[in-house]
Structures are given as structure tokens and as C-alpha cells.
Design a protein around this ligand. Structure first.
Ligand SMILES: [Fe+2]
Length: 213
């Protein structure tokens, strides 16, 4: 179980970090943190390291946000990393289920939600395509490592984003992430409709992309 003061400090560092960023969704996430942060200490997730590994490497690769990195490192032994298991294996592929992990700081299982909001950390191992998918929740990702590539619809072209560039996904917007050599460590937030399930959106080029990773 996370020590409440360590969770509170990490959430405060996330808020300070977000206050320095611009773009769609940042204000929504900061509003969600302001409404919900007091509830974080109720979480009872059991401590577990990320099953995909690569957290050491990701923290080493994280440059330009030292206070936030320090807060993650301080609470790290207490974090309960889990995997997102709602995708059918036949659609999400064999790799993704064992190549990612996330930890919820506000919202999620074991939490008594005061608000319809979720905030946490998301990790993806190098050499992974997080296939195209969509969900009802509006979503903010702020990768703390990078660069990584994103596309916003099957058949759309990939675009590289550096670390600290925020990605905002409107509800039901299809998105996919391509993680090459650098592990992907990001802040994530769902600003509402957090009960909605994420759904894989078929694309014809997964096998070709994955064969080259
Ligand atoms: Fe998403």
C-alpha cells in the first residue's frame, strides 16, 4: 500500500510538471487532480514491479524533469503495476500484454472514486507497437521519455513526438503508439468516462510494422 505522503508528493510533482505544459487537455487533467488528489491515499493496490521490465532504463532516459523523476523514484517500491487486460489477445497481439504495465495514482481498481477521473504512469517496453485503439474517455499522455511515434487512425502516417510533448486524444479518436529503442514512460490521464472500455481498431499493416521492430 502506498504511503499517503509519497503519493501526495508524486501527484503534486505531476501537477507542477503539467503546469509548465501547454495544449489541449492539460487544464482538464489539472482540474481533475485538484478535485481528486485528496482521495489518492485510499488506494490499496499491492506493490508490484512492472511485469514488462525496463523501468530502470526508462527512468535513466528521463531527462528534463528531475523533480518528477525523484518523486517517482521515491515511491517506486510501493507502486502496484498492473496490465490492461480488457483487449482480446487475438486483436491486441501476443506482445502488448507482456510488454506494457501501468500504475494508477488516482482512480482505477481499489479506489473509491470521488470523481470520474484517472491518473497514473504508463510503461511500454522497447520494440513494441501498441496497436490502434479507441475508447470513450478523453485521454492525455505526456511521455517522459522519447522520441516515440504516434498515428491517429489506421492508414494515417506516423509522426515522431519528443519527450514531454503532450498527446491529447478526444473521445473515440483512434490512436496507436510505436515504441522503438527507447522505453516509453508516460503520465496518462482519463478525464471522464473512465468506466468505458478500450477497443482495438483493425489496421492492415500491424504484421509488417511488428516484423521490423
Ligand atoms: Fe488510449
Amino acid at each position: 500500500m502506498c504511503h499517503p505522503e509519497a503519493v501526495t508528493r508524486l501527484i503534486a510533482e505531476i501537477d507542477t510538471y503539467l503546469a509548465r505544459r501547454d495544449g489541449p487537455g492539460i487544464k482538464d487533467v489539472r482540474d481533475g487532480i485538484a478535485r481528486s488528489a485528496g482521495e489518492a491515499a485510499r488506494r490499496t493496490a499491492k506493490a508490484a514491479p512492472p511485469s514488462c521490465g525496463h523501468l530502470d532504463e526508462a527512468l535513466l532516459a528521463m531527462a528534463g524533469a528531475d523533480a518528477l523523476r525523484g518523486a517517482i523514484e521515491d515511491i517506486r517500491p510501493q507502486l502496484g503495476w498492473v496490465t490492461y487486460d480488457a483487449y482480446p489477445r487475438a486483436k491486441i497481439g501476443e506482445r502488448f500484454p507482456r510488454a506494457h504495465a501501468f500504475v494508477t495514482l488516482i482512480g482505477g481498481a481499489g479506489f473509491i472514486p470521488a470523481e470520474d477521473f484517472a491518473l497514473g504512469l504508463f510503461l511500454i517496453a522497447p520494440g513494441t507497437l501498441y496497436r490502434d485503439h479507441f475508447h470513450p474517455a478523453p485521454e492525455l499522455y505526456v511521455p517522459l521519455t522519447g522520441p516515440h511515434e504516434w498515428r491517429f487512425g489506421a492508414g494515417e502516417s506516423w509522426r515522431e513526438y519528443p519527450a514531454h510533448a503532450a498527446i491529447w486524444n478526444e473521445p473515440m479518436q483512434v490512436h496507436a503508439t510505436l515504441v522503438r529503442r527507447q522505453p516509453f514512460l508516460a503520465l496518462y490521464a482519463w478525464t471522464k468516462d473512465v468506466e468505458g472500455v478500450s477497443v482495438v481498431a483493425a489496421a492492415p499493416d500491424w504484421a509488417e510494422i511488428e516484423a521490423r521492430l
